[in-house]
Ligand binder design. Structure first.
Ligand code: ADP
Ligand code: MG
Length: 581
């Protein structure tokens, strides 16, 4: 995207809606420019009439006019800014909302590849920089340009020779500003990358708090954090320094300009080409022009910083989804909920030359029964599960449910029929009730207590201080592993889907909890098509069929007894990896 395209895009998507506000701000800007120029102009008659001609009639009028001009300027500036604040905050909210919605709808593959810390700073810092571009910068360009023109008009009106000297300085100022602006773009990108690292680190400190304590890595983490902070500091310092670097250059230029002017106007006054009242009015206009010139000179930096922020954010918003409904997709029509994998090959990164993670997988998963996947870790079992609800598209081959290829189905109808109970139970920072009701937002209290009973979750929920209304904290911090599992089973029960995908926990719990979870799972999976990544003998014995996965291939399938006889891989696996309960 070129800078021009970015600007047009930002305007179209985020600011054009507020065009009326921008126009109002524009009108007030014209008032600012007019009143500023008026202030400079008024010094001419004020000095001439009051001080030179000693005219007493104007002694009241001119001061009042000056007060008026100043207050009009102040109020106009206020209203112009208020309108632009409205535009800015709305635009920011809309950019953030677009970004969040793009992430909520993003493919799993995209989320896998994102850096949380970076996204957090994109969402918070970058959006502010962008709206600064579309509001403050936009307003200043207009306001300062016309103010400058108004003041130049006063200057030329008073004396064109002096004015020419004054405007010779403008190209110098804009040249420096352009140079600094380019640097700004680069530095601000580097700064954002560092800020991203910092937020990731913060998340990690919370997540890995106990790990850090047990390995006594507090000092190490402190050093790491300080190293990152040092980098963040350095880039923040660079950005701020570039911004203030304008001051010495601009001040020196102003000094040179004023010196030249005083020298030259001395000559002009001597020759009688200019009167003292014209000179003062001219000087006032020139001094007042200092602020808009300075602001216009620094604009480029704001623009560059905004553009580079937009280059980071817009791609996140524009991320295309590959997992989407075909235009002629149909709704899934469940009969037995039988699942078939036909020559499925899969790799996570299509661009890489790595071999497929799944190689020619053929599975026949009977409807209403339990099918187990077993195999060493890394063999591809979770990947197989993830393909069924189309978290990823298959690279080759297809998956059918009751003879309907899942890629032809509407994703809504497909996922509606699938529940996922995974090893790392995920909970939201919300009440117990809402965590269960996530499966069905319309569920009644009775339905929720019913599934909580069936999943043996009610017995611990009822002991909690606020029962179902207890807030469980980020990722269920306040619950034990077994309790979290029972909640996720309750949630899956509430969904009442015909297919259950189960990634059995590897860590064993105490016998009592284990038994309850087993019973809950039996209830959940009864007469449902269940695909389970099995780690326990009891699950394997319950299974209608077992598939042995090894390095992305199906190497054997059958019932436990048959496999023990026929498959050495299975026998080895069974001897070493299966929890025999
Ligand atoms: P299992 O569940 O049998 O332990 P997985 O299906 O999780 O195995 O992983 C199979 C292979 O795919 C492994 O080599 C793993 O490193 C790789 N893999 C898993 N998830 C991803 C991912 N999101 N991106 C890239 N590679 C992945
Ligand atoms: Mg796995």
């Amino acid at each position: 995207m070129t800078s021009k395209e970015i600007l047009i895009r930002l305007y179209k998507n985020y600011t054009s809606k507020y065009l009326n506000r921008i126009l109002i701000a524009g009108v007030f800007s014209i008032l600012v420019a007019g009143s500023t120029s008026m202030i400079a102009y008024l010094l001419d008659p004020a000095i001439k009439k009051i001080f030179i001609d000693k005219d007493q009639t104007l002694i009241y009028l001119i001061p009042i006019a000056i007060i008026l001009a100043f207050s009009i300027k102040g109020f106009a500036l206020y209203f112009a800014k208020v309108n632009m604040i409205h535009v800015a905050e709305n635009a920011k909210k809309n950019i953030q909302s677009d970004m969040m919605s793009s992430l909520i709808n993003a493919d799993t593959k995209v989320i896998d590849s994102k850096h949380t810390g970076k996204i957090v700073s994109n969402l918070t810092v970058d959006t502010s920089v962008i709206v600064n571009l579309v509001s403050v910068v936009l307003l200043n360009i207009f306001k300062d340009t016309i103010t400058l023109f108004g003041l130049l008009f006063v200057m030329f009106y008073q004396n064109w020779k002096l004015s020419l000297i004054a405007i010779i300085m403008i190209p110098f100022a804009s040249f420096t500003a352009q140079k600094l602006g380019k640097r700004m773009g680069k530095v601000s990108t580097a700064g954002m990358v560092n800020a991203g690292f910092l937020s990731t680190h913060l998340l990690e400190i919370f997540k890995n708090h106990k790990l850090m304590k047990i390995f006594q890595r507090e000092k190490y983490e402190n050093e790491r954090v300080n190293y990152k902070l040092e980098q963040v500091k350095n880039s923040a310092k660079k950005i701020a320094t570039i911004f203030v670097r304008v001051s010495p250059i601009m001040e020196t230029l102003t000094g040179v300009m004023i010196a030249l002017l005083i020298f030259y106007s001395g000559k002009l006054i001597f020759k009688g080409e200019i009167d003292i009242n014209n000179f003062f009015s001219f000087l006032a206009a020139m001094m007042l022009a200092y602020q808009p010139v300075r602001s216009l000179a620094t604009l480029n930096m704001g623009i560059q910083a905004g553009l580079s922020a937009a280059k980071r954010i817009l791609p996140v918003i524009d991320e295309k989804t590959e997992i989407k409904n075909k235009s002629d997709c149909k709704d899934l029509n469940i009969k037995n909920a039988e699942i078939n994998f036909n020559n499925v090959c899969f790799k996570y990164d299509l661009d890489s030359d790595n071999s497929n993670v799944l190689k020619n997988i053929n599975l026949n998963i009977s409807g209403g029964k339990m099918t187990a996947l077993v195999g060493l870790s890394g063999s591809g079992k979770s990947t197989i599960l993830n393909l069924i609800p189309r978290f990823y598209n298959t690279t080759e081959g297809n998956i059918e449910i009751d003879g309907q290829s899942i890629s032809d189905l509407s994703i809504q109808s497909l996922r509606k029929e699938i529940s996922l109970v995974s090893q790392d139970t995920t909970l939201f920072d919300d009440t117990i009730k809402n965590n269960i009701a996530y499966a069905n937002l319309e569920a009644s209290n009775d339905e929720i207590t019913e599934v909580a009973k069936k999943s043996f979750a009610s017995e611990f929920i009822e002991k909690l201080p606020d029962g179902y209304e207890t807030i469980i904290g980020e990722n269920g911090l306040r619950l034990s592993g077994g309790e979290k599992q029972r909640l996720s089973i309750a949630r899956a029960m509430l969904k009442k889907s015909s297919i259950i995908l189960l990634d059995e926990a590897t860590s064993s719990l105490d016998a009592d909890t284990e038994q309850k979870i087993q019973k809950a799972l039996n209830l959940l999976t009864k007469n449902k098509t269940t695909v389970v990544i099995a780690h326990r003998l009891s699950t394997i014995l319950n299974s209608d069929r077992i598939y042995v996965i090894d390095s992305g291939r199906v190497v054997a399938n059958g019932k436990h007894i048959e496999l023990l006889k026929d498959s050495t891989i299975y026998k080895n696996f069974y001897d070493k990896q299966i929890t025999k309960q």
